[in-house]
Design a protein around this ligand. Structure first.
Ligand SMILES: *Cc1c(COP(=O)(O)O)cnc(C)c1O
Length: 384
């Protein structure tokens, strides 16, 4: 049987039927009054999601466009920046920063470990001349399932006084609490195919007042991603270029769904699914790749022993039509990753844990009595 695919990768994530049906109609003119109303509404909804009164701008492009926009709109050639790098997406920040001729200092952690806020503090404290203009980091490192302590690192940036924080919140926004204004984060980048529950194609940049101040002196080259153009047009409920109009229909529908559920309920749901997944995994004798205390609310990485992670992944795909993510780079075959981000319910968690247990049993690699994993998952779901 075909067409019963369950996406449990960390993006693209599943899209609710209601959102799909809102998209499947003719596009409308992007200078029309009807479209302006959608821009006005979604802009307000995006501010709600980011817990900010600052501007949140929508770009047609994938999440990386928003990240790149955050950098090139606030910095200048040769500026010193610190990039946090503990996985594939941290590496990407380093690459983008170098591509624009920034003077990049890298703070690393092993893949599977979180960034250490103390290392940021030490580097920032040593910078007496205040040369460091930005600290750039990934909040939820999707490649390893690790959440970095954005709040603590951002506090170190605040103590420095000069630098701004540019954060990739692509797989944390809409999964856990990120009060942009309360914490004083300057730039937040995100993408539609993750917590937003809509297909890929839109990305979002939230910019604080300080980020706009930095923008006035920023000289890195920009045209399509020049956020001033987006700010000028969003104030007229419009867009500088032809946006992905049908994705705006989807965005309006999904953000309305999220508002109905409420931010706290959304965060609680993700935390509960994260715990039910982690506990199920451990109870069937599998190892978590990242320790629970710094596990991402969006994704759980699993490191099986004595069996190729790709075999497990393939078998689950073939027999259950559940798509999991593999390991990237040196982790290929070593880990697989279960996405529990966005439009995910208890049924999804129960089925992925059962499917995993069944698959390990079939492969002769189950190191615990059959049913022990799912029993634990059910117990977490019933009691949390
Ligand atoms: C998905 C993702 C991105 C964005 O990638 P795109 O393919 O450009 O949408 C950025 N950072 C993280 C942590 C991600 O998970």
């Amino acid at each position: 049987m075909q067409d019963k695919l369950n996406l449990m990768i960390p993006g693209p994530t599943p899209v609710p039927e209601n959102v799909l049906s809102c998209m499947s109609k003719h596009p409308i003119g992007h200078r029309s009054k009807d479209f302006q109303e959608i821009v006005q509404k979604t802009t307000e909804q995006l501010k709600w999601l980011h817990q900010t009164t600052s501007d949140v701008l929508t770009i047609t492009g994938s999440g990386t466009a928003a990240m790149e926009a955050g950098i090139i709109n606030t910095l200048s050639k040769g500026d010193q920046v610190i990039c946090g790098d503990n996985g594939k997406f941290g590496e990407r920040w380093v690459k983008v920063s170098k591509a624009y001729g920034l003077d990049v200092k890298v703070i690393k952690a092993e893949w599977g470990q979180p960034l250490d806020p103390n290392q940021f503090r030490m580097m920032l404290e040593r910078d007496i001349e205040k040369k460091i203009k930005a600290v750039i980091l990934t909040h939820s490192e999707t490649s390893t399932g690790v959440i970095n302590d954005l709040k603590a690192i951002n506090n170190e940036v605040k103590n420095h006084g000069e630098a701004i924080t540019i954060a990739d919140c692509v797989t944390s926004l809409g999964a856990c609490n990120i009060p942009m204004d309360e914490w004083g984060i300057d730039v937040i980048a995100s993408g539609s195919q993750k917590g937003y529950m809509i297909p890929p194609g839109l990305s979002f940049v939230a910019m604080s007042k300080r980020a706009w101040e930095a923008n006035t002196v920023s000289n890195l080259p920009k045209f399509y991603l020049d956020l001033k153009q987006y700010l000028n047009t969003v104030n007229k409920n419009s867009n500088p270029f032809t946006p992905a109009i049908n994705l705006y229909f989807a965005l309006e529908a999904s953000l309305t769904m999220m508002q109905k559920e409420g931010l706290n309920n959304i965060f609680t749901r993700h935390a509960r699914h994260q715990k039910a997944t982690q506990e199920g995994i451990k109870s069937m004798g599998l190892n978590l790749f990242a320790k629970e205390e710094f596990g991402s609310p969006a994704i759980t990485a699993v490191q099986p022993e004595n069996v190729d992670a790709e075999n497990i992944r393939q078998s689950i795909k073939n027999n259950f039509d559940i798509l999991l993510a593999g390991g990237q780079d040196h982790l290929k075959g070593k880990i697989f990753r279960i996405g529990h981000l966005g439009f995910v319910n208890d049924r999804d968690i129960v089925s992925v844990i059962s499917a995993l247990e069944s698959t390990l049993d079939k492969l002769g690699k189950l190191n615990a009595p059959i049913g022990q994993g799912i029993a634990k998952t059910i117990s977490v779901l019933n009691n949390e």
